[in-house]
Each structure stands twice: as structure tokens, then as C-alpha cells.
Design a protein around this ligand. Structure first.
Ligand SMILES: [Zn+2]
Length: 379
């Protein structure tokens, strides 16, 4: 059976802090590497390391040497993407700079203990052990391989972003697909035989928190920021929970249908495409379509399923049976005047996606070695 390596990034908030000096020293090292890479046009990690590693090791002797190593890796990739953008005329600056509080860690610089939910990180003064704040969704990482990580400082604190990987057996391509149509308040999914439509209730949650926030902001008081942050954290966790449950149902449906493929719609320009009134826009922007797709995608890939994104143009306005234009017929119902088909519009969208998959992709199956979406979605 063919296999595939699935990569996922987990973000853990650290309970505690990392010395500021580690971030400032690392930024300094990175800055010098970027200056050198830019002046000498070095794009290869090997060459950058050969030219700068020893000098920087001596200069920053209290810093564990692997930080210099990972800074070389970061400097190379930053300089390479800078050159790319420069060639396209997309940057004005003469040289790349890096201002984010991010440190790249390799396996010498950190270790994880997911039984005790702890991370040990090398600093200038030995190793420091910090508790990982985790959720139930982090449980799945316990059996996975640990790759590199990033230590990130933002306004809420310190985070450890770890890349995990797992080798999964890919379900052989059999032409059977399950399609997913995501909407603001429901998710429709299924195979040719059976389409289900589950209500997520996301709109009610979003609206309730939107009103709560607006009420708080209309009466400015002292210390309203922590309260706003608390609300947005709760809102995010409630919506995440809904997303994970919906995604689990999609995967269960795919397994039941013995499908090898999950088809979703390409959502690229959804926000620009839909011109809506301002208040509506605010809500739609917070509604994270892509987030739910990401969750469905990684769960699908962990189950050995292939994920395909297709252009969803007209999927809710054409008849899946005869291909003619269909018209609204009551609340979220559509009716085809040519063949008489009458169906829920989300069910129609799923059927059209499935059909599009059969005509566009079904003829030339996507090889598991070459999945349409590479890399890991953030979890
Ligand atoms: Zn029709």
C-alpha cells in the first residue's frame, strides 16, 4: 500500500517565559547573517554556514551553537524569498530585515514530553522546562514524530509551534469521493448515494459575541481589554469545537462510503467576490471558512484520504441532473424548470462538486505521491 507523510503544526502556549535576551541575541545573529547573505548574494545554506558559522560561534559563545545553525537556515530562506519578491518588483527595501520575535529550533534545542505536557528549551543558561498549555485536540500528536519547531513571542505570551509528522497508508484511488459544501450556518457533505446537511449554529455564536463586543466597546470603561480578550478566546474555542465535530462527521461519512477522496471548494477570493453591506462583511470576515477546510483536510489526510480543491463556480445555480440553470424555490430550496428536480441548495452544491470531480479529476486520478495540497495545515 502506498504511504504518505502527513505534516501538522501544533501551537502550544507556554506557561512561563523565555528570557528576552535569547530573542534579542538571535535577532542580532540573524541580522548579521542576512546582511552577509545579501552583500555576497548567498542563497545556499551550506555556503552561508561555511562563511559565517565559526565567526558567529566565537562572537556569541554563550549561545548554544545550534541557534547559529538554525539562524543560518532562517537567513537563507528569508533571503531567498526576498530575492524572489525583489525580482517581481514587490519590495522596495535594499536588503531583507526580520523584525518578528521568532526563533527556529532544531532537535538539539528543544525536546517535548507530551505525557507530562512539558517542553525543555536550551537557553544561554542551560535548559529551561516549561509547561505546555494544551487542549484535547493536542492528544493526537502523542503518537507522532517531532520535527523542527519555532519559538514565537507575541503580545499574549510565548508559543511553541512544533511540526509533527506521521506516515499514513493512503487509501488507493477508487474514484469514490465525498464532497463538502461549507456555509455560514451549516455544512453539507456526502457521496453520490447520500448527502447530509448538518447545522453548525455558528452564526448564532458569532452574532452573540459580536453583540457582546459591541456593547462593551460602546461604553468605554477601564480594563475592558481583558474582557474583550476573554470573549474572543471563548468564541474561538466554541467555534473550534464545532469545526472539529463537523470535520469528524465528514471523515466518518467518507469512511462509510469507502471513498478515497474528499472534494472541497476553492475559496480563494470569497471575500472580495461577495460585495456585501459593511456590518455583514465584519461578520463574514470573522467566519473562518478556510479554518474548517484546514481541519477537514488534515483529518482526511491522517485517514489516508486525498484532498482535492475544485472551482465551485455555479455549483449552487446549475442542475446536477440536466445541467440547466435552477431557480430558488422557497427557503434554501432550488428547482429546475427543465427536469423538475427540486432539492436543498446545499445538497445541490455537494452533488455538483461530486460531478465536477468525476469529469475534471476522476478521469486522471491524483497520485498520492503528488497530493494537490502539500505541507501541513496549522492545528
Ligand atoms: Zn434539471
Amino acid at each position: 500500500m502506498p504511504s504518505e507523510t502527513v505534516k501538522l503544526t501544533a501551537s502550544f502556549k507556554l506557561d512561563g517565559s523565555i528570557p528576552e535576551s535569547l530573542f534579542s541575541t538571535y535577532r542580532e545573529v540573524l541580522g548579521q547573517l542576512l546582511d552577509h547573505a545579501c552583500a555576497k548574494e548567498v542563497t545556499s545554506f551550506k555556503r552561508l554556514k561555511a562563511e559565517k558559522y565559526h565567526e558567529l560561534r566565537v562572537k556569541y559563545s554563550s549561545l548554544p551553537s545550534h541557534y547559529i545553525y538554525t539562524a543560518c537556515q532562517m537567513a537563507c530562506s528569508i533571503y531567498r524569498s526576498f530575492r524572489k519578491l525583489k525580482r517581481k518588483g514587490l519590495v522596495k527595501a535594499g536588503k531583507p530585515t526580520f523584525k518578528k520575535q521568532v526563533i527556529m529550533l532544531d532537535d538539539h534545542l528543544f525536546s517535548l514530553n507530551l505525557e507530562g505536557w512539558e517542553a525543555s528549551i536550551a537557553t544561554g543558561d542551560g535548559r529551561t522546562t516549561l509547561k505546555l498549555l494544551h487542549g484535547t485536540y493536542h492528544e493526537k500528536f502523542k503518537g507522532m514524530r517531532v520535527g523542527q519547531a519555532w519559538l514565537v513571542k507575541d503580545k499574549d505570551g510565548f508559543y511553541l509551534k512544533v511540526v509533527f509528522s506521521k506516515t499514513v497508508e493512503v487509501v488507493g484511488s477508487n474514484g469514490v469521493a465525498v464532497a463538502v459544501d461549507i456555509n455560514e450556518n451549516n455544512v453539507a457533505f456526502g457521496s453520490v448515494e447520500c448527502v447530509r446537511n448538518i447545522k453548525t449554529g455558528e452564526r448564532a455564536i458569532r452574532t452573540a459575541y459580536f453583540l457582546k463586543r459591541r456593547k462593551l466597546q460602546s461604553k468605554p470603561r477601564l480594563n475592558e481589554k481583558p474582557l474583550l480578550a476573554k470573549y474572543s478566546g471563548r468564541e474561538r474555542r466554541r467555534v473550534e469545537d464545532i469545526y472539529h465535530k463537523a470535520a469528524n462527521q465528514v471523515i466518518a461519512a467518507a469512511k462509510e462510503a469507502k471513498a478515497s477522496v474528499v472534494v472541497m471548494e476553492k475559496l480563494k477570493n470569497i471575500r472580495e467576490k461577495k460585495k456585501r453591506i459593511k456590518a455583514m462583511n465584519g461578520r463574514l470576515n470573522r467566519w473562518s471558512f478556510r479554518r474548517l477546510q484546514n481541519i477537514i483536510e488534515y483529518k482526511a489526510r491522517l485517514s489516508g484520504l486525498t484532498v482535492v480543491y475544485l472551482n465551485a463556480k455555479n455549483t449552487s445555480s446549475l442542475c446536477p441532473t440536466c445541467g440547466d440553470k435552477i431557480s430558488p424555490n422557497g427557503y434554501r430550496r432550488m428547482r429546475c424548470l427543465s427536469c423538475g428536480l427540486e432539492e436543498d441548495r446545499d445538497v445541490i452544491a455537494v452533488k455538483n462538486l461530486l460531478q465536477r470531480y468525476q469529469t475534471d479529476v476522476g478521469a486522471s486520478p491524483v497520485h498520492p505521491e503528488n497530493p494537490p495540497m502539500k505541507g501541513g495545515g496549522e492545528v
